[in-house]
Design a protein around this ligand. Structure first.
Ligand SMILES: NC(=O)c1ccc[n+]([C@@H]2O[C@H](COP(=O)([O-])OP(=O)(O)OC[C@H]3O[C@@H](n4cnc5c(N)ncnc54)[C@H](OP(=O)(O)O)[C@@H]3O)[C@@H](O)[C@H]2O)c1
Length: 231
């Protein structure tokens, strides 16, 4: 897709991969609407609008959608389902509310954002949805049972949705990053963020690369791992 003047919704934009993705898209002259609970600091750009949105809440998403359409009209070309979180502990220590929060944000949030935006993409016969899963969506992790289950769900959802959407000229891709140097690890005591991890802007550049694939190429899955691994 030629990104110039396209309209994108990115979820979870306060920091980390979401904020870096907003910046990378603005650099490509994309009009970006950030849906999130917290506004990103330091992004003042005529092509950027922040809309308050809890992606786990259906009413909040409906309001965000209406605000988005009001701003730039009945068109959303790109949706990046990035908002997410993880709790890491032994399964029996994981609380029900932690389990529910991961599924509400990571899985239900992705479903609800697609549900409200995909019909518009189908109507316009143009669109690209990118869901951010994780390496944890491809393999189990000790102390990651709930998070892995939620990211496996994102993978199954994405791999089904691309088959439904492609006939309407809408691409659905799923990205599986390994460790990225963000605040994500605040609930993962076994891991300390370090400089060998991938950087948020590197994941953002990969997202742009996926979006820029030629019209006849559908990038279904992209696994991204750091080159250097702490032994
Ligand atoms: N970092 C990694 O190593 C890694 C690896 C693989 C996949 N991922 C995935 O990448 C995505 C981004 O993670 P990150 O590393 O950038 O983490 P991060 O720095 O902690 O950012 C997470 C973002 O999600 C937002 N968010 C959380 N719950 C939300 C909700 N209910 N509604 C709206 N926004 C919400 C947060 O907003 P608030 O500021 O308001 O909390 C924040 O903007 C997540 O889906 C994560 O699972 C991360």
């Amino acid at each position: 897709m030629d990104l110039e003047n396209k309209i994108a919704v990115v979820t979870g934009v306060s920091k980390g991969i979401g904020k870096a993705t907003v910046e990378a898209l603005l650099d490509k002259n994309v009009k970006v609407i950030g849906w999130g609970r917290t506004a990103p600091k330091g992004i003042y750009h005529p092509n950027f609008l922040f809309v308050n949105c809890d992606v786990s809440d259906v009413n909040s998403i409906a309001r965000a959608y209406n605000n988005t359409i009001e701003k730039w009209g009945e068109r959303i070309d790109i949706l990046i389902n990035n908002a997410g979180l993880g709790y890491f502990k032994l399964m029996e220590e994981l609380t029900l509310s932690e389990w529910n929060e991961m599924f509400d944000v990571n899985v239900k949030g992705t479903f609800l954002c697609c549900k409200v935006i995909l019909p518009l993409m189908k109507q316009n016969k143009l669109g690209h949805i990118i869901n951010i899963s994780s390496i944890a969506g491809t393999q189990g992790l000790s102390e990651g049972s709930g998070y892995c289950a939620s990211k496996f769900a994102v993978r199954g959802f994405s791999q089904s949705l691309y088959k439904e959407a492609r006939t309407f000229n809408v691409k659905v891709s799923c990205i599986y990053p390994g460790s990225v140097q963000t605040d994500f690890f605040k609930n993962y005591p076994a891991i300390t963020t370090n400089d060998d991890m991938m950087k948020p802007h590197e994941i953002a550049n990969s997202i742009v690369h996926v979006l820029e694939t030629p019209d006849n190429i559908l990038p279904v899955d992209l696994e991204l791992r750091p080159m250097r691994v702490k032994m």
